[in-house]
Design a protein around this ligand. Structure first.
Ligand code: ADP
Ligand code: MG
Length: 690
């Protein structure tokens, strides 16, 4: 392979350079302005922009264009249209106009909408989200011009995940401006940034094809733990195998072409598990880029004879995969989560921090709901994944600062430092930027200049999570801003101090620096009154709680009908997936495992008979003992299969219980049977990459 080839970063993105190359100067300026200020596309330049896009796309081999959007299902959707339309007998015209850019009409009847749109009026419309640049996606035999798009029904209801994200960003802009005005900061631009770390597993495609559970459900429904998994901790940050490295390099090259700043790559804790992280970007773009990262991982894996598993818990008993959402907020280019080194910056930092602490405590249920998927249900609260309890880790130093504010300590503390901390007057002690003890057990951790939300699952679209985070923090910042605005100028710092102190006092129950994996924390959290919503249906209920409906409506992010629709879509998706898993488990148990056990039994019986005929006494008793044991487990398997079958039309939770029973039996059988006869590839083989 030629590694010297220069990598054309962003060459497949209609970026500033492409705009200047393909558009008249004024049009390029107008478009850039639109993109920077998040304004809608000016219809008067739409035609010219469309023409340039088509030319630019065709120069890169694109024959089709698509409105690339994010429906309520986890993935992205696209419907391709050719640039070419037949025009008359002999000529073919390449057509693509401003109209296509501003509005497309996918037949949306098969996208989930939670009853917002009846099927006979199935059409929704899509329009370019100008804040995210157009790009060209290459495939093995061509290329497509992709227009990042929002997706609404004709009556204006939101049918995608991007529109509420954009609205929540606007809510944050409004709220940040209000809060910053309290500090006399000049009116300016709010930037929310996201860096999403992506975890995934790789498996050999040949093995994957022989696992109907992986193919259909994305995770193994059966499989005994191998003798050696991750106990030795030799995989994490170990050297990357050449075959995997070749895959990663290909992924990176594709991402760079798409202008996605892929930066770090390494092995993860579990065998065959890996992570990649891009440099952080502005939230909306980072969300789109994460969707493209997942797609690229899948596609490139296929070319390398792998399958990329993005499921949160492909293998039981082994670490699952998360997606750490690193989230931060800047105003006029200054990171508000950077504590700073002077009293004014410190005061702003503490007011923003207080807003976030308040938001997370008041709306832990919503953050939990945003991570509530079937895949994540089996990940949270197990093996190195945060629990379903939402709490905040601040690190020792910042926790100490907050404690001093909370307690309003005025006396000399024991070690002699002046303990009273006057917000806006004193300078904070320097806080370590790279907190060494980052406490990986916390679902929501402060890491020096950003918060890292670790509960989201690896396959999730970051928009749901960040949309909630933005909305609850916006509400909190507005509330604080309203209180601070009432403080008389002359006593500003005193008043501000009181407000921040009251917030920390009222919401300190959500602060927790300890071990989030421990049983003790589960009990303590309950005593503190923090919700622990283990299962998806109970977690999703938060979406339709009256208080939350009012919050989302007040922030202009989602109307109650839209919240209800989402709740219904997500619950339905969960339910359908549980049922699918139940059916697949049944098929595997009946169609593969039972017959294999029967084969083994027949083999044993034949052997015993043959041995007896040959007059061989030794060993027959042992074989009969083995057969006896296997037979007993076969009976249990049969009964558990019937029990699962009987519950398939019932409640999801009963299906899950029946599947767990069945799995315990099947996994035991796996350890009793002859290796070669077991009908499914084993964990040992799937987790090894050669
Ligand atoms: P770790 O695994 O130790 O958490 P990584 O380097 O893998 O760290 O990932 C950290 C992520 O946080 C990267 O995507 C990085 O770009 C992102 N990040 C850093 N600063 C910010 C910020 N101000 N806002 C949002 N994300 C950030
Ligand atoms: Mg991290």
């Amino acid at each position: 392979m030629d590694t010297t080839t220069e990598i054309a970063y962003g060459s497949d993105v209609f970026n500033e350079k492409a705009m200047r190359d393909y558009l008249a100067k004024d049009t390029a300026e107008a478009l850039l302005h639109t993109m920077r200020d998040h304004a809608p596309l000016d219809p008067s330049i739409a035609n010219e922009v469309a023409h340039a896009l088509k030319q630019w796309g065709m120069d890169r081999g694109a024959t089709h264009f698509t409105h690339w959007f994010q429906p309520l299902t986890g993935s992205t959707a696209e419907k391709h249209d050719a640039f070419f339309e037949p025009a008359g007998m002999a000529e073919t015209l390449a057509r693509f106009s401003g109209k296509n850019l501003i509005m497309g009409e996918p037949d949306a009847s098969s996208f989930p909408s939670g009853g917002l749109r009846r099927t006979f009026e199935a059409r929704g419309y899509t329009a370019w989200d100008v804040t995210s640049p157009v790009f060209v996606k290459r495939h093995s035999n061509g290329a497509t011009l992709c227009i990042p798009t929002v997706f609404c029904s004709y009556t204006g209801e939101v049918l995608d995940k991007k529109t509420p994200l954009l609205r929540s960003m606007q809510a944050m802009e409004r709220a940040t401006r209000k809060l910053m005005a309290c500090f006399g900061e000049p009116d300016g631009r709010t930037t929310i940034t996201l860096g999403a770390e992506q975890e995934y597993f790789l498996i050999d495609k040949a093995l994957w094809l022989r696992r109907p559970d992986l193919v259909q459900c994305g995770r193994t429904l059966f499989g005994a733990s191998p003798a050696r998994t991750q106990q030795l901790e030799d995989h994490y940050f170990g050297s990357i195998k050449p075959r995997v490295l070749a895959f990663m390099e290909d992924v990176e090259r594709e991402l760079w072409r798409l202008g996605i700043p892929a930066k770090t790559r390494h092995n993860e804790t579990a065998p065959a598990q890996f992570e990649m992280a891009p440099m952080f970007e502005e939230l909306n773009l980072a969300v789109d880029h994460n969707m493209l990262i997942m797609e690229t991982l899948r596609n490139v894996a296929d070319r390398h004879g792998f399958v990329c598993l993005l499921h949160e818990k492909p293998y039981a008993g082994i670490n699952g995969s998360g997606k750490h959402n690193n989230w931060s907020l800047a105003y006029n280019g200054k990171n508000l989560l950077e504590p700073g080194s002077n009293p004014q910056d410190n005061a702003i930092f503490l007011a923003v921090l207080a807003s976030i602490v308040r938001a997370v405590d008041l709306h832990a249920d919503l953050l939990r709901a945003a991570t509530a998927t079937l895949g994540n249900e089996s990940r949270l609260g197990a093996l190195e994944a945060p629990p379903a309890i939402i709490s905040i880790f601040l690190g020792d130093d910042l926790r100490e600062v907050v404690r001093r504010i909370e307690e309003g300590t005025s006396a000399q503390s024991e070690n002699g430092k002046a303990a009273k901390l006057r917000i806006g007057v004193d300078t904070l002690p320097p806080l370590p930027r790279d907190v060494t003890d980052r406490n990986r057990t916390s679902p929501f951790a402060f890491t020096g200049n950003k918060f890292e939300f670790r509960a989201p699952g690896s396959s999730q679209n970051c928009s749901s999570v960040c949309m909630v985070l933005n909305t609850i923090v916006a509400e909190s910042m507005e509330t604080l801003a309203a209180s601070i605005a009432k403080v008389p100028k002359a006593r500003f710092h005193e008043g501000l101090g009181k407000i921040v102190r009251a917030v920390f006092k009222d919401h300190k129950r959500v602060l927790f620096n300890g071990d989030g994996y421990s049983e003790a924390w589960v009990e303590e959290a309950a005593a503190r009154g923090l919700p622990n919503l283990r299962r998806v249906p109970e977690a999703l209920a938060a979406l339709v709680d009256e208080r939350n409906l009012a919050l989302f409506a007040a922030q202009d992010v989602l109307m109650p009908t839209e919240m209800h629709a989402r709740h219904d879509v997500f619950l339905d998706e969960y339910d359908r997936k549980v049922r699918l898993e139940g059916k697949v488990a049944l098929e595997i148990a009946r169609g593969m495992i039972e017959p294999a056990v029967a084969h083994e039994l027949r083999g044993l019986a034949q052997t015993v008979n043959a041995m007896r005929e040959a007059g061989m006494a030794e060993g027959t008793e042992s074989l009969l003992g083995t057969a006896h044991g296997l037979g007993k487990w076969l009976d249990r398997l049969h009964a558990a299969t019937a029990a699962l079958d009987a519950r398939l039309e019932g409640e999801a939770v009963d299906i899950q219980d029946a599947m767990a029973d069945l799995r315990r039996i099947a996994d035991t059988l796996e350890t009793l049977m002859e290796d070669a006869r077991w009908p499914l590839p084993k964990y040992r083989d799937m987790l090894a990459i050669h």
